[in-house]
Design a protein around this ligand. Structure first.
Ligand code: ARG
Length: 477
């Protein structure tokens, strides 16, 4: 695309190759809606303050509304701000020359990014609470399936499959909370600080703040034009979230292997091999894990961009668009696919049970039963350890030892004690808060519901871009 340059951006004579190099138009075009909303609010404020004639403001307002509705191809200008201004010139003529009164592209780009980050954080919260809700519903249906929980990738203790689903649910709720935090950081209006020091014209920042639904306005323009902390918070939340998505992906990839045999992939999400006719591969979960790698690259990229920037605006900041927009596209791709794919995995309850049926993962439960009879834990641990050793020597799984064989090592052993080896009983018997026990699972399920409600309430407080447009298109100057 050949870029044009209006007199509006300074002296002419810029080498076209330099103009192409310095332009941000291509990534900026993904921020057109945000840019139009900012201009709508700005025009209303300019008119209200008597900074431009009402007729010009009305013409500009009408043209901006039309641009939102028709989304014409914008002229190839240096960036989206100039492209919109230049296009308005063709629609309203001279009035367009008043649009940039008491405004700079430096506060404008900060505004576009804040509106974008706020909207994306809102969507991430909505997507993550929907995911948490579906995981919790699944958990409630899978309470009676038991499978091993792993430590060191060795079978450790039997747990309810509900507990496994809830473990990921709580992680995703923390992610949603991190996005809600980033949303709050983005919810502060930068509009009206101008290039760096403010303006001598009567720009009422409170008007634009309120029209754009921001919680408050920024406090210092020198800080504002160089600030991308809100974007770092957004990318940090996205990175934690996508690393978790990748970890869950890794778990499913393992579980779907014949070696574990715990998970079956539905045909709708199982990918094949071009050569091996027998293959049903978990590509979706592998790609989710792969996406988290690129997310970390974007987080580091934005941090590196900010590192070493002194106070004030620098053109370096234009490079923020790559990591921010890539993050938004990645979240929009990964979160719905994860929810879809998780609905397509089933757990093989028999196989899960088989993995904990030899009894060894219930050894701690045997020891705790001895503690309940008054034995010091260390003594109980040693006795049960000896019993495990004996079962290995005899080549008989713990759960298949006879009462006599058990009593030969643990004199306190009786039939009730050996029943602790039942994996479901062992899982259900956990009493501590946050455990896989029955009452603890009830508590966890209701905690999830409460936290989802709080998160949705927070997300519901900020207007969507579409809702903002409805509001602003009616706020005629
Ligand atoms: N295209 C620029 C950006 O994305 C807009 C701000 C330009 N400001 C300036 N002083 N040249 O950051």
């Amino acid at each position: 695309m050949t870029l044009a340059r209006t007199g509006a951006t300074g002296q002419g004579g810029l080498d076209p190759q330099v103009l192409a190099f310095t332009s941000s138009l291509v990534p900026d075009l993904q921020l057109v809606r945000e840019d139009l909303l900012g201009s709508l609010a700005h025009v209303v404020m300019l008119s209200k303050q008597g900074l431009i004639p009402r007729a010009d403001a009305q013409a500009l307002h009408r043209a901006l509304v039309e641009l939102w509705k028709t989304r014409p191809t914008l002229p190839a200008e240096e960036d989206v701000h100039m492209a919109v201004e230049s296009h308005l010139g063709t629609l309203v003529g001279e009035a367009a020359r008043r649009l940039h009164t008491a405004r700079s592209r430096n506060d404008q780009v900060a505004l576009d990014l804040k509106l974008h980050v706020r909207e994306q954080c809102r969507l991430a919260v909505v997507n993550l609470t929907a995911l948490a809700q579906s995981l919790a519903e699944r958990a409630a249906r899978e309470r009676s399936t038991v499978l091993p929980a792993y430590t060191h990738r060795q079978r450790a203790q039997p747990v309810s499959l509900a507990y496994w689903f809830l473990s990921w649910t709580f992680g995703f709720l923390r992610d949603a909370e991190a996005f809600a935090f980033a949303l709050g950081q983005a919810n502060v209006s930068p509009l009206g600080v101008g290039a760096v020091s403010g303006t001598s014209l009567a720009n009422d920042r409170e008007v634009t703040r309120s029209l754009l639904g921001f919680a408050r306005a920024t406090d210092n323009g020198l800080d504002t034009v160089a600030d991308r902390d809100f974007a770092l918070d957004y990318l940090h939340a996205a990175s934690k979230c996508l690393v978790r998505v990748g970890r869950l992906g890794a778990e499913v990839v393992d579980y779907a292997s014949a070696e574990f045999g715990v998970v079956k992939l539905g045909d709708a999400i199982a990918c094949g091999s071009s050569m091996m006719p027998q293959k049903k591969n978990p590509d979706v979960f592998e790609l989710l894990r792969g996406n988290s790698a690129r997310q970390l690259g974007d987080l580091m990229g934005l941090f590196a961009l900010m590192k070493g920037l002194p106070a004030g605006y620098f053109r370096d900041l234009q490079e923020d668009r790559g990591p921010i927009l890539a993050t938004s596209a990645r979240l929009a791709g990964c979160l719905p696919i994860l929810q879809l794919a998780l609905k397509q995995i089933t757990f093989d309850a028999e196989r899960c049970r088989a993995l904990v049926s030899d009894g060894s993962t219930q050894a701690t439960d045997l020891a705790e039963a001895l503690v309940a009879q008054g034995l010091p834990f260390r003594d109980a641990y040693a006795r049960v350890g000896a019993l495990v050793a004996q079962s290995r020597t005899l080549g008989v799984p713990l759960a298949q030892l006879t009462l006599e064989q058990a009593q030969a090592v643990v004199p306190q052993a009786d039939a009730a004690w050996l029943r602790k080896l039942d994996p479901s009983a062992a899982a259900k018997a956990k009493l501590s808060a946050g455990s896989t026990g029955e009452a603890a699972l009830d508590t966890q399920l209701s905690t999830v519901t409460t936290r989802i409600q709080m998160l949705n309430a927070a997300a519901g407080q900020v207007p969507s871009l579409d809702a903002l447009f409805s509001r602003l298109s009616e706020a005629t100057p």
